[in-house]
Ligand binder design. Sequence first.
Ligand SMILES: NC(=O)c1ccc[n+]([C@@H]2O[C@H](COP(=O)([O-])OP(=O)(O)OC[C@H]3O[C@@H](n4cnc5c(N)ncnc54)[C@H](OP(=O)(O)O)[C@@H]3O)[C@@H](O)[C@H]2O)c1
Length: 327
Amino acid sequence: MTVSREVRLVARPDGEPVPSDFELAEVPVAEPGEGEVVVRNDWISVDPYMRGRMNDTKSYVPPFKLGEAMDGGAVGTVVASRAEAVPVGTTVLHGLGWREYATVDAGSVRAIDTTSASAEAYLGVLGLTGLTAYAGLTRIAPVKEGDVVFVSGAAGAVGSVAGQIARRLGASRVIGSAGGPQKAARLTGDFGYDVAIDYKEGRLEERLREAAPDGIDVYFDNVGGDHLRAALAALRLHGRVALCGAVAQYNAAGPVPGPDNLALAIGKRLTLRGFIASDHADLMPELAGFAASIRTEATVVDGIENAADAFLGLLRGANTGKMLVRL
Ligand SMILES: NC(=O)c1ccc[n+]([C@@H]2O[C@H](COP(=O)([O-])OP(=O)(O)OC[C@H]3O[C@@H](n4cnc5c(N)ncnc54)[C@H](OP(=O)(O)O)[C@@H]3O)[C@@H](O)[C@H]2O)c1
């Protein structure tokens, strides 16, 4: 009998999550029933939206259940199959991460082509990460030729890809913000940004004004809070904002105030639009064409026993590029 280790949520955090909110448990791997496959996960994804799923609140994805294994994106290898279409040896993408083995319905896995891209790329630039950046900058806050674009969370998974996409869409100047001098250096050195702002140095609004003296046209918001406030101040007439994430407030223990300058959106005729990447899956083929020329990076943590730490690290900025757990 094969045994699998899985990460369970055992307590709901109030504010920043802590290691004791998680538990590593051992379970026997279920034999596949008719139409099912057993996948040995090779890579699992940890993502900021999972912080929201730790709360018992209604959202666009259901909360994790206490005492049960968490789930999320994973790629792995089929090691047992009772589904003709998905034979043993197939590399697949599926939604039962946070565990070493998953017994799943073959209809809920997607076979992926690893001849031209790595398996883990399907959790990054060829997956929801890339789609988020691409949908945000083509459909939600479309970048036009010559635009000045500002991206927050710019050294992270979505942000490190977004700057390069903005450039390819014709942006004349791409400004990114990230935490700390090393990440700031990576923005201009490796991720195609013209200007990097280390937001931890403070004076964000002033620094953005220096970087874009005539203002910005598009803001891709991964952070919310002070970053959204600074962007609202910098946006030009008819500017567009893709409201992608608000990671600065995911650990807030109580209600957080909105930007106190939101009324600027009226006079500047701004468009602020929220979105969820999975609604834009039709853009995947277009993204695939783009993705080959995009430089990507991953921060890799090894072992299911370190998956919770990888997730906690992600929320504190321990990653550059996509945070992944290799099993
Ligand atoms: N709408 C959608 O469909 C969708 C899909 C995917 C992701 N998202 C959102 O997009 C954003 C980025 O996701 P990702 O997967 O690419 O994660 P990520 O950026 O790779 O990782 C999270 C990053 O957040 C930054 N951060 C943490 N606390 C912060 C704070 N107080 N202020 C500023 N930055 C802070 C850290 O970078 P620093 O070291 O630079 O602080 C950290 O590396 C998240 O808000 C996520 O929820 C939305």
